[in-house]
Design a protein. Structure first.
Length: 694
């Protein structure tokens, strides 16, 4: 806006008239003429009017402009009716924007979730770079954002450096309240027979703490049991006994408030892993050998194993002239190990054990009874098994899975292979087939060929002679390796083989590791599907499983065979509500039971489910934008604003109008319009005449 002059007469004429007026003023002052001031004022005003003062306004051309419509589609938006509120507002804003000239509205959905929460500003900054004519941003959200910056980014500034308005539309009637239950401390594992100490806390978000709340356990039959009384904002301790190896799961929830926005984060599944306290293994080596070193290194490296190792260096009937006092040996504590403390061991390994008058048959009978009552026994057999009085000729013969004839020695190079049963058994399935050894595992050069065997053969020679036999004996387990050359793999013979993993699995199967059970029932929740798997020792026809839902109702799920696997599998679709709420599903088949829990699919999103303006409100206010609550109210209207003194109102949202100046084009407005100035001149002249007449 500028001041221009368009005089009626030439500048010289106006200057002459001005000099005449000044001369008349001087003469009138000298003569003291009455009314002089009024007449001179009228003449000066007339002279100013004849000079033609005008205000020149530049002509502006509207420019295309863009606005972002950022829609929160994160998991927390599925609470209550938030999606419908947002879609209604989106439709209203889109319809209004279509009626405004030169305004283009761009919708951007922010999915959120995946453990990272809602990242609105990451999306806004990225999209703002694509639209240089951005005029404002509409945020349709519950207000829970997890990348809110301390101040608005530079990408949200206009061409003149002013902040673009952010208008916040929230999916509620006002600030909400959310009660949640969270774990403060939970042990990753607990020794079986001990108690797990867990600390929980109830939080009332959006209101003052101190309200009473009951912590309950949701039982499989749908009933509930009180675990503890608590106060919101204060921690509470729970004690859970751990009675078995594997996961112990508890479905725990807190009673909701009357104004609780959602019960989604009111429940949690406590999952405590029960472990055995230091698995005790007794390793007895008949003679010093490479295999004993391999076993010792493997078991010593396992932090869960407490190894007791004896090597027989001198049999009791050995006769020489060495004085007893000069022998750096200790007597083999047979009575202590195989009579007094045999039940304290989880696994006994007899490696190349010759039994040359070392163990009386009564102690070997104790080992057999130890197996029948639930113990584990591993025998690695070599040439000593062909001698008279070997283990197969003692009380152990009834529990050993193989008998070796006197001519049952194989002395040729061969590559051990998995049997069909070995392809499926947890001890050997999944062992790496390729590696430094190429396509076949490294060779062994000696093995025993049994004439009788029972149990399951996992490894065999190329001619089918078993190399690794597993068998269940009453409550216990027995494994027999019909070769003493597995240690060659650790030396890299022809590339070696997966010796460490094989022996680790074998020893833990003998000690009844739940994950290595060949006959087990597994269940887990993947997305919105409950998957149930039944692992069997051999292929089976389809079977049904009974599923006990968290509500206490029963469903039947058919498990069908899987190709090339002795596994039955079934899948049960779950609702979105089932997967959002942390509850336990119980699955039964035959005498087996499995549990599955969805857990918390997105702990960041579910940590606070309120609709609130507290997080985004300060930035919205700093940008001169407005905050609106959608529930129970109409969608605010959109206005294109030229005067930016206010960019929002109680029911409207403003967008600054983008305009540019048209070069050389102006709109002129007279500063002294004739309809206004002429009456003033006449009034001044009349006042002068009136003053002169007095």
């Amino acid at each position: 806006m500028t001041l221009d002059w368009t005089p009626v007469f030439s500048p010289l004429g106006l200057m002459s008239a001005a000099l005449c007026i000044l001369a008349l003023l001087a003469y009138g002052l000298w003569k003291r003429i009455p009314g002089l001031i009024w007449r001179v004022s009228a003449m000066l005003l007339m002279l100013l009017w004849l000079s033609g003062p005008q205000i020149a306004h530049p002509l502006l051309r509207p420019q295309p402009q863009e606005a972002l419509l950022v829609v929160d589609q994160s998991p927390s938006m599925s609470v209550r009716d938030r999606h419908n509120l947002v879609e209604r507002a989106v439709n209203d804003i889109t319809a209004q924007a279509g009626k405004l000239t030169n305004l283009h509205l761009h919708r951007v959905d922010v999915s959120g979730g995946n453990g990272n929460g809602t990242q609105l500003f990451q999306t806004i900054e990225r999209e703002a770079l694509n639209y240089p004519n951005l005029t404002g941003v509409f945020l349709l959200t519950d207000g829970m954002n997890h990348d809110t910056p301390p101040q608005l980014p530079s990408s949200l500034k206009g061409s003149q450096g002013n902040l673009l308005p952010l208008h916040l539309l929230l999916t509620a009637k006002g600030e909400e309240v959310d009660r949640r239950l969270r774990v403060l401390n939970e042990p990753p594992y607990v020794i079986v027979g001990q108690e797990a100490h867990i600390r929980l806390q109830v939080d009332d978000l959006g209101t003052s703490p101190g309200q009473p709340a009951d912590i309950m356990e949701h039982c499989p039959d749908g009933s509930s049991v009180l675990l503890a009384h608590s106060i919101a904002g204060q921690p509470v301790d729970l004690t859970i006994p751990i009675t078995h190896v594997g996961d112990t799961m508890k479905d725990v929830y807190v009673t909701p408030r009357s104004d609780d926005v959602s019960t989604r984060n009111n429940s949690i599944v406590l999952r405590i892993h029960g472990v055995r306290d230091r698995l005790r293994v007794l390793l007895v080596s008949g003679v010093p050998n490479q295999a004993a070193r391999v076993w010792r290194q493997l078991l010593k490296a396992d932090p869960s194993v407490d190894l007791v190792h004896f090597t027989i260096l001198r049999s009791p009937d050995t006769e020489d002239d060495t004085p007893i006092s000069d022998l750096a040996l200790i007597p083999f504590p047979t009575h202590e190990l195989f009579e007094q403390k045999i039940r304290s061991f989880d696994l006994i390994i007899l490696d190349g054990f010759r039994n040359q008058n070392i163990l009386p048959d009564a102690y070997l009978a104790n080992i057999a009874n130890y197996v029948r009552k639930g113990g584990g026994l591993l025998v690695t057999a070599g040439p000593e098994m062909l001698q008279d009085g070997s283990l197969q000729d003692t009380s152990l013969r009834d529990v050993l899975p193989a008998h070796i004839p006197s001519n049952g020695m194989i002395t040729e190079a061969f590559h051990p292979r998995l049997t069909p049963e070995g392809e499926e058994h947890p001890v050997t399935s999944g062992l790496p087939r390729t590696g430094p050894w190429g396509k076949e595992w490294g060779s062994w050069y000696r093995a025993l060929k049994p004439d009788q065997s029972r149990g399951t053969s996992l490894l065999a020679t190329p001619h089918g002679s078993p190399l690794l036999l597993l068998n269940h004996v009453d409550q216990g387990r027995v494994a027999m390796m019909l070769t003493d050359q597995a240690w060659l793999w650790s030396r890299g013979e022809q590339g070696g083989g997966p010796q460490a993993e094989l022996l680790r699995r074998l020893s833990h199967w003998l000690m009844k590791e739940p994950d290595l059970e060949e006959n087990r029932l597994d269940a887990h929740i993947n997305g919105q599907t409950l998957i149930v798997e039944r692992h069997l020792e051999q292929h089976s026809a389809p079977r049904s499983a009974d599923i006990l839902t968290p509500s206490g109702t029963h469903q039947s799920l058919m498990l069908t065979p899987q190709p090339h696997r002795s596994v039955l599998q079934g899948a049960l679709p779950l609702s979105e509500e089932d997967t959002h709420n942390a509850h336990i599903w119980t699955i039964h088949q035959d005498a087996l039971t499995a549990f599955a829990a969805s857990g918390d699919p997105d702990p960041v999103e579910n940590a606070d489910l309120r609709s609130t303006a507290h997080i985004l409100g300060p930035l919205v206010t700093a940008s001169s934008g407005g905050i609106y609550w959608l529930d129970g109210a109409a969608t605010p209207t959109i206005r294109s604003i030229t005067d930016q003194t206010a960019l929002h109102g109680p029911d409207w949202m403003g967008l600054p109008r983008h305009q540019i100046t048209i070069a050389g084009a102006t709109r002129e407005t007279p500063l002294l319009p004739s309809w206004g100035i002429l009456p003033v001149i006449l009034l001044l002249l009349a006042l002068g005449w009136w003053r002169e007449g007095r």
